[in-house]
Design a protein around this ligand. Structure first.
Ligand code: NAD
Length: 261
């Protein structure tokens, strides 16, 4: 129970990596706020199930992470319901795969606002409380695509490189205040986000599903295996612990060796 007494807001956490991280934090005794765009019966049930399974307090806070006002209201709601907010995991993200010359302008804006600008707003909203208490953890879920590029993912790669820059800047600004900020850079992890991009990847590369998995997705991942949401959760727990107090401003690849190329 490394995180007993701590509280966390994990954005975009009804599936995939976000849910994996929220689960790992809750298992360590951390109270967790799950998030996606809307509140539904399923989201309430998901929070109740995670609370039952971990014995941690788990709430659900809806907010569209592409809308600044909703983000600030969500952070305020976490602070109200938990009494404080110690850990923010900026995880919500979307993908769009298309060559630049036909890439829709509105998709560029949406990918940038959801994958990058949202992290600026959660950080801005959560920092005053963290600074007042002299303790905080900001964990930005970037990507191997925050360190290297692939074709047809211009908005995503730009946003994730931006996330690594935001991480460094945040870390430097708050280095003396007991608050750390780090980026986790996953390689390919089998989640709904990855599964959903297979049809577009098949079209962009003129390949079968099997070839997209082997020759595009896992081609650069030397382990030839998808990383897991549990591995992301384990790193998020460590970065949230007191033992990680001197780790800040980093971009840590969890990518089966991809960026070692
Ligand atoms: P996912 O599609 O399973 O989860 C994305 C989550 O974000 C969902 O809960 C979704 O509801 C939420 N979300 C999307 N738009 C939102 C919005 N506007 N407001 C609130 N919530 C929103 O995807 P995932 O693969 O688990 O991805 C999570 C993060 O990890 C993303 O930032 C993604 O870029 C990053 N990532 C994923 C991989 C991978 O291979 N899966 C690799 C590197 C980085």
């Amino acid at each position: 129970m490394q995180l007993e007494g701590k509280t966390a807001f994990v954005t975009g956490s009804t599936s995939g990596i976000g849910l994996g991280i929220a689960t790992a934090l809750a298992k360590q005794g951390c109270a967790v706020a799950l998030n996606a765009r809307k509140a539904t019966k399923e989201t309430d049930e998901l929070a109740a199930k995670l609370s039952r399974e971990t014995n941690a307090k788990v709430i659900y806070v809806p907010a569209d992470m592409s809308v600044a006002g909703e983000i600030h209201a969500a952070v305020a709601e976490c602070e109200k319901q938990f009494g404080k907010l110690d850990i923010v995991v900026n995880n919500a993200g979307i993908q769009h795969v298309e060559p630049i010359h036909t890439f829709p302008n509105e998709m560029w804006e949406l990918v940038l606002s959801t994958n990058l600008t949202a992290a600026f707003h959660t950080t801005k909203a959560a920092l005053p409380g963290m600074k007042a208490r002299k303790w905080g953890r900001i964990i930005n879920i970037a990507s191997a695509h925050g360190l290297v590029a692939s074709p047809f993912k211009s908005a995503y790669v730009a946003a994730k490189h931006g996330m690594v820059g935001l991480t460094k800047c945040t870390a430097l600004e708050i280095a003396e205040e007991g608050i750390t900020c780090n980026a986790i850079c996953p390689g390919y992890v089998w989640t709904p986000l990855v599964e959903k991009q297979i049809p577009d990847q098949m079209k962009a590369h003129s390949m079968s599903k099997e070839d997209v998995i082997k020759k595009v997705m896992l081609y650069n991942q030397p382990t030839k295996k998808f990383a897991t949401v549990e591995e992301m959760g384990g790193l998020a727990v460590f970065l949230s612990s007191d033992l990680a107090a001197s780790i800040t401003g980093t971009a840590i690849p969890v990518d089966g060796g991809w960026v070692a190329h």
